[in-house]
Design a protein around this ligand. Structure first.
Ligand SMILES: [Zn+2]
Length: 73
């Protein structure tokens, strides 16, 4: 029973933690400063790549304000 709870907690952490660090957006522009030219795709974090590899997300960094965000493709 506690194993199920643990698995649920791990799943929740895996889903929620990337969203705390990467702001989810639907447009390919920086959510913080609105910059469109100085954003660049970065590799997905290893944890996201292994556990959430099926999600159609692209990760970006904005070199204007150094914020990271993810875009749902
Ligand atoms: Zn920015």
């Amino acid at each position: 029973m506690s194993l199920i709870f643990l698995a649920g907690a791990v799943a929740l952490a895996v889903f929620v933690l990337p969203l705390l660090y990467y702001r989810p957006v639907f447009k390919s522009r920086c959510p913080a400063c609105g910059e469109t030219h100085s954003i660049e795709r970065i590799p997905r974090p290893a944890l996201v790549r292994t556990l959430l590899g099926y999600l159609p997300t692209k990760y970006y960094i904005c070199y204007s304000c150094m914020k990271r965000f993810l875009r749902f493709a």
